[in-house]
Design a protein around this ligand. Sequence first.
Ligand SMILES: C[S@@+](CC[C@H](N)C(=O)[O-])C[C@H]1O[C@@H](n2cnc3c(N)ncnc32)[C@H](O)[C@@H]1O
Length: 269
Amino acid sequence: MPTTLAAETQYGFNNRTPEGGKQVGHLAAYLDPHTFAILDGLNLPVGGRYADIGAGAGTVAHWLAEHTGTDGSTLVVDVEPEHVPPHPHIEILQADIATAALKPASFDAIHARLLLMHLLQREQILTSLVDALKPGGMLIISDWATDHLDDMFIDGPAEIRGVFLKFQHALIEVFGRGGMNSTWARRVPAVMRSAGLEVHSGQTFNQVLHGGDAGMLLHASNSRQKEKELLDAGMTAGELELLRKAMGNPDVLTRSWPMHTTVGVRPAA
Ligand SMILES: C[S@@+](CC[C@H](N)C(=O)[O-])C[C@H]1O[C@@H](n2cnc3c(N)ncnc32)[C@H](O)[C@@H]1O
């Protein structure tokens, strides 16, 4: 059995739990259309060298590998890469990005979605990703901002509102104790500039979600992965059950956490 590095990082989920595969699948289903539209707009060179760090279900790595054609290559770096399906032009490195040594000046683009917000060494890691870019290469970072939780519930039965918001506050508190940063996503453009990148563009993605949508099923999945910690944080088993049912009820409407994406470019030498 391969060793797991996740316990040595601050990342609070575990791809190897029964819920882990579902969770990264829900993320991909909700976020990929937005991410793919951004990547499409960047005119990334065919035949280039790409990396997806913290690849989850591997869908973005596959998009990059398909885009790059037979002459290109895509590197996945993930502590638990088991959900990334094989592809002839994807190389998988099971590693912690905090210690993985990426070859300097070798990538046309590096993508990391919902990773750096979880890792305490996020700024040093971002700097190391900048060093790994070729001149003209692009860094694409997406993270949730999780500091406006009370704005998330839109409509639905009153008892669901209370449970949904209690869950959100408990979950973010649990992750905050583990080192997750709720506001980092909005700081990324400034951090990219300090690390020597030009800020190319940035945008925020958020959708109104109905129960049953992937973005809602994600909450139910998260509640299963972090059940013990949520109970310790004061939620009851009954509340968690109510929440999980509500996340499948199309009458319940919420907003997700806003996801901020920033694209930076390494200046030509
Ligand atoms: C929240 S998931 C995001 C998955 C995917 N990027 C997405 O947005 O759908 C974070 C991913 O990063 C990986 N990960 C966590 N800590 C890591 C680390 N220190 N180095 C590399 N990968 C890490 C996890 O195993 C997981 O696959």
